[in-house]
Design a protein around this ligand. Structure first.
Ligand code: PLP
Length: 414
């Protein structure tokens, strides 16, 4: 009885949560299972941005007048709010960027060009998104360093023994994802960081698929840099975050040059502003930061433990439904507890692109392709997979529609 009541309460909460998302209300027939690519937006985020534009909008940091000061205050308040959400005490070590891609390029360029020399080693893993692979690969080429790739276990995890063997005193940086966008694997950040620390390597974590789904305490996580995008965690596109250790950020040269990031500009040389402004050249995306802060409020009101529990229930269901369909192969860890947000799969005899097109006829939105992880696809020996991904507004009905659609595709292709 108590369990039934709890289930009924959870369903009622979910129904009212879906009502918070205008696009899902507008298209009730849609089964949006592509949240790993980008999340839908609650009205609270859209309202916060509109309210900022209507009330406090001006170019921040520059004007002596009150409206500009209010805009600055909104921006810096948003920074503090996001820092609190992440468990970051020193908010000035939180740099706003355009997204994960820019955050990782910032580190690979500003830190990498200063610190990585010929003969050094850079370690990444075989499951990285291109955003955490190509910047390191190109840094290695530019500096004459050796890019080393940690291979994965059969079930799509980072093989810690191989990592230990790969990391040497010449390793300058170990870069890896917290959660794989193509497999859903949750990686053991502390263990990986410990391997890197032993040789004094920089620890860079791509949190694009983790920050939206897992409770984070970044100050305690043991990484030097952590990057993610606002748009995957209910915030707007065009805003992202890089959190770094203060000593490293202070040492690092700036990434981009221009307004706001300078202290003094002389004819011959320039000096740099303090953190975080040193890494935020040009007019910032204040509305984006305000929207991201509102997304943090929204997620905190649900509670990240509840977000995780809801997603685990959906992944369990997806694994069960897809696992019962002959010809379906699911990639990544078999245990749902070791995954977050994503189910990556293929259906024998049906190209993932055809599968996604068939699913679309039923209003089921999934992604098909290499998921910006071509090195991983090569390791899996597939050209592509189909990927269903869930979030706070996803229902069991969405996942059931996926199961029915995959069955239908199997019937069509015999
Ligand atoms: N890293 C991972 C693991 C991702 O999933 C993504 C986006 O899919 C990125 C990096 C790049 O994010 P963005 O395109 O928002 O910069």
């Amino acid at each position: 009885m108590t369990t039934l009541k709890a289930v009924a309460q959870a369903q009622a909460a979910l129904a009212s949560r879906r009502a918070d998302f205008p696009l899902l209300v507008k298209f009730p027939e849609l089964h949006y299972l592509d949240s790993a690519a980008t999340a839908q937006k609650p009205a609270a985020v859209l309202d916060a941005m509109r309210e900022y534009y209507e009330t406090d909008y001006a170019n921040p940091h520059r004007g002596a007048y009150d409206l500009s000061a209010r805009s600055t205050e909104r921006y810096e308040r948003a920074r503090k709010r996001v820092a609190k959400f992440l468990g970051v005490r020193d908010a000035d070590t939180l740099i706003f960027t355009r997204g994960t891609t820019e955050s990782l390029n910032l580190v690979a360029t500003a830190w990498g060009r200063a610190k990585v020399k010929s003969g050094d080693e850079i370690v990444v893993t075989g499951m990285e998104h291109h955003a955490n692979f190509v910047p390191w690969q190109q840094l290695a080429i530019a500096q004459g360093a050796d890019l080393r790739i940690c291979e994965l276990t059969e079930d799509g995890r980072i093989d810690l023994d191989r990592l230990r063997a790969l990391v040497t005193p010449k390793t300058r940086v170990v870069a890896f994802s917290h959660v794989s966008n193509a497999l859903g694997t949750i990686n053991p950040v502390r263990d990986i960081a410990a391997v890197a620390r032993k040789v004094g390597a920089l620890v860079v974590c791509d949190g694009a698929q983790a920050a939206p789904h897992l409770a984070l305490d970044l100050d305690a996580l043991g990484v030097d840099f952590y990057a993610f995008s606002g748009h995957k965690m209910l915030g707007p596109m065009g805003i992202g975050v890089l959190v770094g250790r203060r000593e490293i950020l202070e040492f690092m040269p700036p990434y981009q040059m221009g307004g706001d990031m300078i202290e003094f500009v002389y004819d011959e040389t320039s000096t740099w502003n303090v953190l975080p402004h040193k890494f935020e050249a040009g007019t910032p995306n204040v509305a984006g930061a305000v929207g991201l802060a509102a997304a943090c409020d929204y997620l905190d009101a649900i509670g990240m433990a509840a977000v995780r529990a809801h997603e685990q229930m959906l992944l369990e269901l997806a694994h069960k439904m897809l696992g019962e369909i002959p010809g379906v192969r699911i990639y990544g860890p078999a245990a749902v507890a070791d995954k977050s947000g994503v189910v990556s799969f293929t259906l024998e005899g049906v190209h993932p692109h055809d599968l996604a097109t068939i699913l679309d006829e039923d209003g089921v939105c999934v992604r098909a392709g290499h998921h910006c992880a071509q090195p991983l696809m090569r390791r899996l020996k597939v050209p592509a997979t189909a990927r269903a991904s869930v979030y706070v507004y996803t229902t069991a009905e969405d996942v059931e529609a996926l199961g029915r659609g995959v069955e239908r595709a199997r019937g069509m292709f015999g």
